[in-house]
Write a protein that binds this ligand. Sequence first.
Ligand code: GLP
Length: 253
Amino acid sequence: MSTQSPCLKTVITGEYPVLVRRIAARIAELVRFKPNAVLGLATGATPIPIYEALVRYHRQEGIDFSRVVCFNLDEYYPILPASPQSYHHYMQNNLFRKINCPTWHVPSGEAASQDMIEEACHQYEMQIQNAGGIDLQLLGIGRTGHIGFNEPGSQRHSRTRLVNLDRETREDAVADFGSDKDVPRQAITMGIGTILEAREIILIARGEKKRTITQLAMDGPVVAEVPASYLQEHPRVSWYLDGALENNLPQLL
Ligand code: GLP
């Protein structure tokens, strides 16, 4: 007899602004219901309007983030927190300087020895555990199928660690860094195992260039070559697909 909980695949499709509203409403609902909720947050272009919506919830409806604890998925390495390309800077700029949430964490991308990095990654895992685990993890998806910066080859039970970035991922970051040589070759990321321990997961995929990889992640085999495919093993994951991917729905379902 299997003791595994059934995996519920929820697919929500629609125009991107509608998806953004629904995701922000879910996060606001969670924070209202559980004022000390633990949120796992993502970066990239896709979640920015979600953060803008959360700022509006805070300013217009008084949603209180003062007891919420946030953990970001990843950070480039090496990078200084004050660097305009750092995810630390991104989160401060897009969300935390605009809401009342004093407790937020982004993995440190500051240059350190191998031992210090491993210790910092271990500490990050401990901080998540001590906060009670992540209630809701927001995810984007990279062109390589990465979640966080878990590139193809990442193992199911991987934890927070230093990783090498794939060529495509680095290409996608050139717009932010200005030139190829300035894009860091490495990053610190929560592991697949860390992400799968979140009690609820929301993945949002937007645009034509995410179509094939999202389809593979949702309905292909669960393999290390497509790290987002591990989400199929999570009992409570919602896939939010915008209009460009919706057209593909007959194949996706
Ligand atoms: C980066 C982040 C990922 C994110 C991805 C997609 O690689 N580390 O967490 O999902 O970008 O970004 P975008 O939303 O800009 O396509």
